[in-house]
Structure formats: C-alpha cells, structure tokens
Design a protein around this ligand. Structure first.
Ligand code: GUN
Length: 296
C-alpha cells in the first residue's frame, strides 16, 4: 500500500483563509480587529524566524500584529510588567511569549502571568486544566492543527485506537486529551515505553512527537493507519542539511493509509491555529459566537 499524503501546507492555507473571512466579518459587522501580541526575549535565531513568520501571516489575514522584542538580559520584573500591560490592553486579544526563554527567566511563572483568555498558546495552567476536564479552553496550536487534519481526513474519530508517542506539555499531553475528547482510545507512549514497536503497531492513529529523527520505521506502523508526524529535526545527510520528521517517511508511506510529510505537514498548521485561536479569543472577549471549524 502507498499512503495518501495529508498536505498540511494546503490545509493551513485553507484554515488561514477561513480565519481571514472571520476577521472581515468581525471588522465589518462589529468594528472589531483581532490583535495578536508576540513577545520575543533575546536573539535565538530559530525564534526570530518563527516570530517574523507569525507577524507576516497575522497581517495577511487582516489582524493587528504587535511585536515586542526585548534584550536577552531583560529582568523578570520588566517582562511581567509588559505582560500586565498587554493583559489590560483591549486591542490585544492574544498574547504569545516565544519559548524558550533565556535561562534566568522562569517560564512557568511568565506563562501563568498571561490572562488565560488571551493565552493563545494554551499553555497557562488554567487552560491545561480546562482542556483536561473537557471544558472550553484555549487549545495548544500544534495539537489543534493535528486534530483538524485528522477530523478532515476521517470525519469521526470515535472508537479509534490512537497512540501518541511523546509526552511534552506542548504537544503529547494536550494531543492525548484532544483525541480522548473525540472518543479515541488513547495511549501515551514515549522513548522509555516497553515494547514501543508493538504499541505503535496497535495504532489506527499514530502521532509522533518525540523529537528524534526518523525514529519510527514503517514496520512499526499498522497497515492502513493514519500517521501524523509532528517532528521537525534538522540532520546532515550527503553533506546537506535536511529536515526530517520523527517517522521514517519512505518506509512508513509504504504501509500507512495516510501520512503527513516533513516539511509541509503539521508544521504550517501551527501558525494557522495560532491565528485561529486569536480570532476565537477575540470573539469570546466580545461575547460573539465562536468561529466555526476553527476550535476543538
Ligand atoms: N517555540 C516554538 N514553538 C512555540 C510555540 O508554539 N509557542 C511558543 N510560545 N513558543 C514556541
């Protein structure tokens, strides 16, 4: 069998178009422009690339983009003061503090100082708790993107065996909660799980989020399964730098029913979902109905 490719680049463009439609309606009918503030501390090159890309796409869908670039040695007090100001600003509906933060800053403290209603990353402890108890929350962007692609591909996920490989707070744990919310039978596995190949072979839906290049080969994949590869790993091969996922694509694509490529799979969905979350936050802040198809 050769898997069908789930095209995340195309899907993300459709999500952004839907976000743009919602923004137009909010502006025309309610005089409301959703605003997203991104805070970057220091000069991590990868973070700078992400932040530039976020700013560009925010403007492209018609939203207001606010960027705050702070020196690497910014004090915790100054960062918390900026977040307090953004929390109080009615023009700002979403706040994202780019991670990782420099070591002298306490990431948990900083994230938990964001107003949960504006926490478009879904990392605030209140949002984590709300998601875990099946209540309305802000949902982390990458798992939300994976869920959207799975729903689009399968329709209902009810009763399917889902295996999430990886237990991070940003992807693995919220992904498992979302799949449980859609009535999957969920296993969270990780690099220390006993007999990981056998666990993976039981998956109708296999989500790989371990951060190890090409760790999951095709013979760990159940024939016909849907494979969602969250990994983005930079490797050197044949003297060139290459991006690969956590799944060995060529062998997995021979077995799976559908698979996301790297690049062009889950990656582009993360920013699309950040924009979707910002529209959702703006609607909630103004007591308006939530945008359809853009939430969990
Ligand atoms: N760094 C890499 N990805 C992310 C993300 O999704 N959110 C934040 N805040 N920082 C990141």
């Amino acid at each position: 069998m050769t898997a069908s490719i789930i095209d995340g680049k195309d899907f993300a463009a459709r999500v952004r178009a839907k976000v743009a439609d919602n923004v137009t309606t909010l502006k025309e009918q309610h005089g409301l422009t959703p605003g997203l503030a991104v805070v970057l501390v220091g000069e991590d090159p990868a973070s700078q690339v992400y932040v530039r890309s976020k700013g560009k796409l925010t403007v492209e869908v018609g939203m207001a983009s606010f960027e705050h670039k702070l020196e690497a040695d910014t004090s915790e007090a100054d960062l918390l003061a900026l977040i307090a100001k953004l929390n109080a600003d009615p023009e700002i509906h979403g706040i994202l503090v780019q991670l990782p933060l420099p070591e002298h800053l306490d990431s948990d403290l900083v994230i938990n100082s964001i107003d949960p209603a504006k926490d478009v990353d879904g990392f605030h402890i209140s949002n984590v708790g709300l998601l875990g108890t099946g209540q309305k929350s802000m949902v982390p962007c990458t798992p939300l993107g994976c869920l959207m692609m799975l729903r689009d591909h399968h329709g209902s996920l009810s009763g399917m065996n889902a295996v999430v490989v990886g237990r991070s707070n940003i992807v693995g744990k919220p992904m498992a909660q979302l799949l449980l919310g859609d009535s999957c039978t969920v296993t969270i596995a990780h690099s220390r799980s006993k007999d990981l190949p056998a666990i993976c072979r039981g998956a109708d839906i296999l989500v790989a989020a371990v951060g190890r290049p090409e760790m999951i080969p095709g013979d760990w994949v159940k024939p016909g399964a849907t494979v969602i590869d969250v990994g983005i790993n930079r490797i050197e091969r044949d003297g060139k730098t290459k991006l690969v996922g956590d799944v060995h694509f060529d062998s997995a694509a021979q077995v799976a029913g559908a698979i996301t490529p790297v690049p062009g799979g889950v990656g582009p969905m993360t920013i699309a979902c950040l924009l979707a979350n910002t529209v959702t936050a703006a609607c909630r802040a103004h007591g308006l109905p939530e945008p359809e198809g853009l939430t969990a």
